[in-house]
Design a protein around this ligand. Structure first.
Ligand SMILES: [Zn+2]
Length: 384
């Protein structure tokens, strides 16, 4: 067995790879090298099967027996934006004043390094697990996720690789490590509403058909809709109008059409189909012709709180003294793909600075997360 993996040094190495989606920039290789050093078998899965640029993904497994416990995450990061606005080079991975700086420190290279650090310490202290440990790593989470976790899971299916439980390391804690475990996420879909009429002179409205009063009425009906009151684990579903576009620069012209875009974050009262049916019914009852298209980002999903969530909660409490709450808030994540294969919960670093200028995390949090992940492994293989 080689020396234990230092999670801070590994996180720095990962941050120094400018892996802005879809670029890999060596990040998957850094992880694969560290995991091979621990005895893992690494499968590099490059995919462009769903269109878009080719993406590097990694499936790494230690052991061949069931149960197979997996950590999941992504090596890609969002762009640094205005690099001149950063105090340090966003890809320097510098440690200053007890904090690790750089794009991806919080979301989520720090957590990836904590996973590898935790596995290395677990192996040193407990030896080989009675079962397997896997890592499901994608390079396409921050983008459209076309060739990322979906492709990885498809590859695993066709190669007989089964996962029994999964912890995804997204930054789930809003401001303090130990406060929040995600057990599901709301669904997300975007509606594009178009109302058409006949263009004309405002002074001769009888010769035109103004679509905008209809658009206003239809939007009023959508926003007046009370979708639900929330469910046991979810906040109420919510519809937000995000754009109304007419593009009319003249004040004496009745426009030919008007468009609006709205996004809905929905709980498990609905799926995308039942929600679409309700919205169309509401618009039909309001009256007037319209066109409506939907883009679905993801259905809502939930891993009902059970053994896995409890293990993560107890391991967290042991290290931080805090008992994390179970939450389903925030945007969607790759757990939307994984939950169809096995129970999945999400727990990672503090997300306060994610996607921002000067992204950083406390070194102490990376160390604590390493201990928490190690505690999860101990509990999982003890209970198995
Ligand atoms: Zn992320």
């Amino acid at each position: 067995m080689s020396a234990p993996v230092d999670p801070i040094a590994l996180a720095q190495q990962l941050i120094r790879c400018p892996s802005v989606t879809p670029a890999d920039a060596g990040a998957i290789g850094v992880l694969a090298d560290a995991l091979e050093g621990l005895g893992f078998t690494c499968h590099r899965i490059s995919s462009d099967e769903n269109g878009g640029p080719a993406i590097e993904n990694l499936y790494a497994r230690l052991g061949t027996e069931a149960p197979n416990f997996a950590f999941a995450g992504h090596t890609d990061v969002v762009p640094a934006g205005d690099t001149a606005a950063w105090k340090d080079d966003p890809f320097s991975g510098v440690v200053k004043d007890g904090r690790l700086h750089g794009r991806g420190a919080a979301d989520m290279k720090g957590a990836l390094a904590a996973m590898v650090g935790a596995i290395s310490r677990y192996l040193e202290e407990a030896g080989q697990p009675k079962g397997s440990i896997s890592l499901l790593i994608t390079g396409d989470e921050e983008g459209k996720a076309l060739n990322g976790t979906r492709s990885l899971l498809a590859w695993m299916n066709s190669n007989g690789e089964k996962v029994d439980a999964c912890v995804l390391g997204e930054p789930t804690n809003p401001d303090t490590l130990g406060t929040t475990i995600k057990i599901g996420r709301r669904g997300s879909m975007t509606g594009r509403l178009t109302v058409r009429g006949t263009q004309g002179h405002v002074a001769y409205p009888h010769l035109a058909d103004n679509p905008l009063p209809r658009l206003v009425k239809l939007l009023a009906a959508l926003t007046a809709l009370k979708l639900d009151n929330g469910t046991e684990h979810f906040d109420p579903s919510n519809l937000e109008i995000v754009s109304i576009d007419v593009g009319n620069t003249a004040s004496n012209v009745i426009p030919a059409s008007g468009r609006a875009v709205f996004n809905i974050r929905f709980n498990d009262t609905y799926n995308s189909k039942s929600l679409e049916a309700l919205l169309r019914k509401t618009l039909d009852e309001t009256g007037g012709g319209y066109e409506l298209e939907f883009d679905l980002t993801g259905e809502s999903f939930l891993t009902p709180p059970g053994a896995l969530a409890a293990m993560v909660a107890t391991a967290t409490e042991d290290v931080t003294g805090l008992r994390p709450a179970y939450s389903t808030t925030g945007g969607t994540s790759d757990a939307r793909f994984i939950h169809r294969h096995c129970p999945v919960v999400e727990f990672g670093l503090v997300g306060q600075s994610m996607h921002k200028i000067d992204e950083n995390v406390a070194v102490a949090d990376v160390t604590a997360l390493t201990e928490i992940y190690q505690g999860v492994l101990e509990r999982y293989f003890l209970s198995g």
